[in-house]
Design a protein around this ligand. Structure first.
Ligand code: HEC
Length: 286
């Protein structure tokens, strides 16, 4: 077979990934109900777009995206009421599901990226996840982070891509993830860290993101993973499983060891407070 024909056949068998294939519609919900569905073009027509240079933590370099200001998008879609909500839950096509406090949007400038400024495909190489090349559309939440130590420290944690649903939660989301009242301050801090750094991918008692395994039910990871391995898994998962898709706890966090210890304290407490995900009335993921 001629090399040319062979390459041609290969191309047929393995078509180049079509990055345009991500649906371009975004669903807006309030407390579980769909209020609007907009295409990216429609959103561009109702808010003013601009170029924004951000530090791209997935690639550890600066990049320039075409963006829409998040506060303006929320005001257009939900009305001014959005400011009274508690948090905003984003659902990505791959199941990643971070919940971002409304306060963060009031104190920092968030933007929805929808294209690269230089017209290259709207993708990035995720160095935190095994260098996976990921399409970012329809929307990608980015922050004006270059001059903010706080935002740089948050790394990629509140930066979901492939956003297909944006949901306003008037009260706190994920009630089954909350540690029992009266838990120690260490456990409470561990819970905050868990929400910020883990809950977008993992569930506890069924609450959280659907991208990675449940960690508490029916057996908690503190029951079947040796303590020294659990800490190492959180800090440097690739030193245990070579090709894991799990990113280690952000390198930019100054007291990483302590943060990991507090997360483990939280997970230990939750192992004494198991609930079957199916009994979970507040499940928002489906
Ligand atoms: C970007 C998504 C993502 C984030 C964020 C994330 N993980 Fe993971 N995690 C995964 C994936 C995917 C796996 C599945 C194992 C693999 O890919 O090797 C996993 C596996 C695990 C496991 C092993 C479970 C088992 O039964 O083998 C533990 C424990 C774990 N994660 C804890 C955490 C903790 C604690 C955090 C927060 C500090 C966290 N993860 C943050 C994606 C994530």
């Amino acid at each position: 077979m001629s090399p040319l024909l062979f390459t041609g056949l290969l191309a047929l068998a393995f078509p180049a990934p079509s990055f345009a294939a991500n649906p371009d519609k975004v669903e807006f919900k309030k407390e579980g109900k769909v209020v609007r569905t907009f295409s990216v073009d429609r959103l561009r027509a109702i808010t003013r777009e601009q170029a924004l240079k951000v530090f791209e933590p997935h690639e550890r370099r600066n990049r320039v995206y075409r963006v829409l200001p998040a506060r303006a998008v929320f005001a257009e879609v939900f009305g001014r009421d959005w400011e009274k909500a508690h948090e905003i839950v984003f659902t990505a096509i791959d199941g990643y599901q971070p919940s971002v406090p409304v306060k963060k949007f009031l104190h920092h400038d968030g933007y929805f990226g929808f294209a690269n400024e230089d017209r290259e495909p709207f993708t990035l190489t995720n160095k935190l996840q095994n260098n996976e090349v990921v399409p970012l559309g329809p929307l990608y939440l980015v922050w004006n982070n270059i001059d903010s130590k706080e935002l740089l420290e948050a790394g990629a944690s509140d930066m979901p891509y492939q956003i297909k649903t944006i949901e306003l939660k008037m009260k706190g989301a994920f009630p089954n993830m909350i540690p029992p009242s009266g838990s120690s301050e260490q456990v409470q801090r561990g819970f905050e860290h868990f929400r910020r750094h883990c809950a977008a991918c993992h569930t506890i008692n069924g609450d959280g993101g659907g991208k990675a395994p449940e960690l508490n039910y029916p057996e908690s990871i503190v029951e079947y993973i040796k303590p020294e391995y659990l800490k190492r898994w959180i800090l440097a998962p690739q030193t245990i499983r070579y090709n894991t898709m799990m990113p280690g706890l952000g390198e930019e966090i100054s007291n990483r060891e302590q943060v990991a210890a507090e997360i483990i304290a939280y997970l230990k407490t939750m192992s004494g407070s198991k609930r079957a995900p199916s009994e979970n009335p507040a499940d928002i993921s489906r």
